[in-house]
Design a protein around this ligand. Structure first.
Ligand SMILES: N[C@@H](CCC(=O)N[C@@H](CS)C(=O)NCC(=O)O)C(=O)O
Length: 324
């Protein structure tokens, strides 16, 4: 990403990156008399392809066959304006935001709330009817997508039809929530705390826990009942939340965010297989390739290099991902 000025610095004075809580936290419901009822053509999902949090929401949109139900709008991943957020560059495919002709995310946030003072984050789930933001919290958006839209998707994709083979089956809920917690803190957000650190202390505080947690996941995948997916034979929410971080790991977090004690491809055989299995799958399990569709390795390299103001973009490792 390039920026209009040189003010990108995600760390605070003590060198630590602290993620703000998302501020729009409404929930779409299958109940048609709720404030935000599940409806075809009513909602739009704003993403940019580099963002792992947006990536998880787009994976679930594809996985659940919601492409015709929820519109997708992508900001140009190469353009983050400080003060305006993600933007449209004018390049082909990124001329203007299609609903209002906006050219940056700030305009959208201010349409929802003129007094908004937070960061202009993706993913942003927009209600076209009420003209406001439903939610900008990915962990909640994915749950709305896979629980509330059943009536609008083919029967074989419905969460209610899947029973204990679903994304968040009742017998695994506690285990998935527990894993979500440490994976979020030490891996999903851990790579950011490491990569955005501006002191040696902050960097070292966060880099070691990433690898302790990757080691823990590698072991987890070797236990009975686990593998090929994290909780056995079926993809769950835990897989969806880990994947966007690991698909970026070797090409961006290892190289650019200095999460460089080990690589997925050389040091974690089970995780490496898990990752490639999801990436290359084109079967019904992934609804024909939900995990590969919007992966863009060059966008990850460029985006993270720019986020830390690196003047050079590392080219390796190659290939971007190995065959299964
Ligand atoms: N908690 C949010 C985090 C979203 C987030 O941090 N998005 C980043 C892109 S990866 C963003 O939009 N950053 C723009 C900015 O900070 O100005 C979620 O999971 O939805």
């Amino acid at each position: 990403m390039s920026s209009t000025n040189d003010t990108h610095n995600f760390a605070e004075k003590d060198g630590q990156f602290r993620r703000q809580a998302s501020q729009f936290r409404n929930f779409i419901s299958s109940n048609q008399s709720s404030d935000f009822p599940a409806e075809k053509d009513r909602y739009a999902l704003y993403i940019q392809l580099g963002c792992p949090w947006a990536h998880r929401t787009n994976i679930v949109r594809s996985l659940k066959g919601l492409e015709d139900v929820i519109q997708l709008i992508a900001w140009d991943a190469s353009l983050l304006h400080e003060g305006k957020g993600w933007a449209m560059s004018g390049k082909p495919g990124f001329e203007k935001e299609p609903l209002y002709g906006f050219t940056n995310a700030r305009q959208l946030y201010e349409k929802a709330d003129p007094g908004y003072t937070g960061r202009y984050l993706v993913p942003t789930l927009w209600d076209k009817k009420k003209e406001t933001i439903v939610s900008n919290e990915s962990s909640e958006i994915i749950r709305m997508f896979y629980t509330e839209f059943d009536a609008l998707i083919p029967e074989h994709l419905r969460e209610s039809a899947k029973g204990d083979k679903g994304l968040f089956p009742s017998h695994l809920r506690q285990e998935i929530e527990a894993m979500n917690d440490w994976v979020y803190n030490t891996i999903n957000n851990g790579v950011y705390k490491t990569g955005f650190a501006t002191t040696q202390e902050a960097y070292e505080e966060h880099v070691y826990p990433i690898f302790a947690s990757l080691d823990r996941l590698e072991e987890h995948l070797g236990q009975p009942g686990h593998g090929p997916y994290l909780f056995g034979d079926y993809i769950t929410e835990a897989d969806i939340r880990l994947y966007p971080t690991l698909i970026r790991f070797d090409v961006a977090y290892f190289t650019i965010f200095k999460c460089n004690l080990k690589m997925i491809r050389y040091d974690y055989p089970r995780l490496h297989e898990w990752l490639r299995r999801l990436y290359w799958d084109k079967s019904e399990k992934t609804n024909g390739g939900a995990f590969k569709k919007d992966v863009n390795f060059q966008a990850y390299r460029n985006g993270y290099a720019s986020a830390i103001k690196a003047k050079v973009v590392p080219v390796g490792p190659k290939p971007d991902i190995l065959p299964l």
